[in-house]
Design a protein around this ligand. Structure first.
Ligand code: NAD
Ligand code: WQD
Length: 429
């Protein structure tokens, strides 16, 4: 797709270009030029959050929530699995929110390139660098949320090097460059897939079960349990890329206390913004449950194949911890706030982002039928290779340490998808 490499949403807050000076005098003149209410409501006006993959399914919702919360955002996305028009929709929704609230719209910029393009990345980071004659480099970019990655499990089995190159090698170079510019607050998109077959071991899926150093925690019997660092049973190369990235980031944090790194292990993100204007609209053919259900609802697919009706679950279909994408997006803000407030237990910390409650594939279909008043034809099909019967988070660590919990239900998610079908075209361009 042809697109301008850099797009700016109109905003009263311009990037510090080309260089900002970190003297108290400059900061105070920036601060007191504005209205005090705005100042208190907003994240420091001169600071930005860099979001890679910010036009994708989860990235677009997180960018919107960041803007609503008053953060200035720079998005890097190469549009390999998203569309430029998502940028306009995020901007529209954020503008509308701030108009309604009577608050100031933060800045939003898009750099449409590969996050692995180090020359383009450096050119971008130069613009936000704070010139300092002494000490380590500083930046007006106060944190990075890194979504950009490939995520199709089946493709990762066929073409593992594509996945290791983008998800793992890309991360190594990216973190190296960020470090050179003094940007060391990093939120990483991990996945429940790192638990692999542990999901069906009968053990509650606590973060300690899959860790990068030996962990001692209280087991279900109330006794201390020691788990050795490492993870076994990951079922595909995509899952391994997520585990490897976590391990690399844990090593980086251990080597340099200036880094604060959070790995967020998402369970099954579903739904979309309540406006219906953002959604899950990948260029690749979707294989996840809800996007397939949506295609059945639009008539694009005849029926939903239910992969596995003989699992050891109440109705025989697989159980997952479905989390509304808006809740998930807000989890990133909670993580960012905790990281920047230095409120984390250690400078590399992994968190499950899930509801802590499971729903079966059949329950999803029933709920969608009830919300949409449409019949969704289904057909029992054999288990999909690599699937597990049940995968549900223990969500207490994120509740206690990030002060975040989910608010939306499976019904809310189905309702938002119906709205997406109504108002947001399924094809974005
Ligand atoms: P997505 O494909 O919708 O979004 C990823 C975005 O990154 C896309 O807009 C794509 O164009 C962009 N991108 C990919 N490679 C890039 C590169 N090299 N440079 C610049 N941009 C690039 O995926 P998503 O569902 O939003 O997932 C976001 C992240 O969350 C991924 O890291 C994924 O592995 C992780 N995750 C997703 C799920 C899920 O079920 N959706 C679950 C757990 C973890
Ligand atoms: C859920 C359930 C399917 C489609 C995947 C990745 C995981 C993470 C989230 C990124 C399963 C069943 C599905 C269909 C069906 N992604 N299903 N018919 O497999 O739990 O997790 O996405 O990190 O890594 O593996 O999610 O939505 O694909 O499937 O019956 O047409 O729905 O078999 O039991 P999954 P899913």
């Amino acid at each position: 797709m042809e697109s301008p490499r850099q797009s700016d949403a109109s905003s009263p807050v311009e990037p510090c270009s080309p260089i900002c000076v970190d003297t108290p005098a400059t900061q105070s003149s920036v601060l007191f030029d504005g209205n005090l209410d705005d100042l208190l409501r907003n994240f420091p006006l001169h600071q930005y959050i860099l979001v890679t993959g910010g036009l994708g399914f989860i990235g677009s919702h997180t960018t919107l929530e960041l803007l609503k919360a008053g953060y200035n955002v720079i998005v890097i996305d190469n549009l390999s699995n998203s569309f430029q028009s998502v940028f306009d929709r995020i901007n529209l929704l954020a503008q509308k929110h701030h108009e309604e609230q009577g608050t100031q719209m933060p800045a939003l910029h898009l750099d449409a390139h590969d996050y692995r393009d180090t020359a383009a990345l450096k050119a971008l980071l130069e613009q936000y660098q704070i010139q300092s004659r002494w000490g380590s480099p500083k930046s007006n970019i106060a944190g990075v949320i890194h979504f950009a990655a490939y995520k199709a499990v089946e493709e990762s089995i066929r073409n593992p090097l594509k996945y290791y190159a983008n998800n793992v090698s890309g991360l190594v170079d990216f973190a190296t460059t960020l470090g050179e510019y003094g940007i060391k607050t990093f939120i990483f998109s991990s996945s429940a897939t790192v638990y692999g077959t542990l999901a069906t071991s009968g053990l509650p899926l606590k973060e300690e079960l899959c860790a990068h150093k030996d962990e001692v925690f209280q087991g279900v019997d109330g006794l201390d349990q020691t788990v050795k660092a490492g993870c076994t049973g990951i079922t595909n190369p995509y899952g391994r890329t997520k585990w490897m990235c976590e391990a690399i980031l844990a090593d980086l944090a251990a080597s340099d206390p200036e880094w604060t790194i959070v790995a967020l292990r998402y369970f099954n993100p579903i739904g979309c913004d309540e406006s219906g204007l953002l959604g899950e609209d990948p260029r690749q053919t979707p294989t996840n449950l809800l996007p397939v259900v949506v295609k059945v609802m639009t008539g694009e697919y005849m029926e939903l194949q239910m992969f596995g009706t003989d699992w050891e679950t109440e109705d025989g279909t697989a159980v997952r911890d479905f989390i509304h994408v808006t809740d998930l997006a807000r989890g990133h803000i909670a993580a960012l706030d905790a990281a920047n407030a230095e409120n984390l237990v250690e400078n590399f910390r992994a968190f499950n982002l899930g509801t802590g409650r499971g729903h079966s594939v059949m329950e999803v279909v029933d709920t969608m039928e009830s919300v949409s008043s449409k019949r969704i034809p289904t057909r029992a099909a054999p288990r999909r290779p690599g699937d597990v019967g049940s995968c549900v988070a223990v969500a207490t660590r994120s509740q206690q340490e990030l002060h975040w919990k989910t608010e939306k239900t499976l019904r809310d998610a189905c309702g938002s998808l119906c709205k997406f079908l109504e108002v947001g075209s399924l094809s974005f361009p």
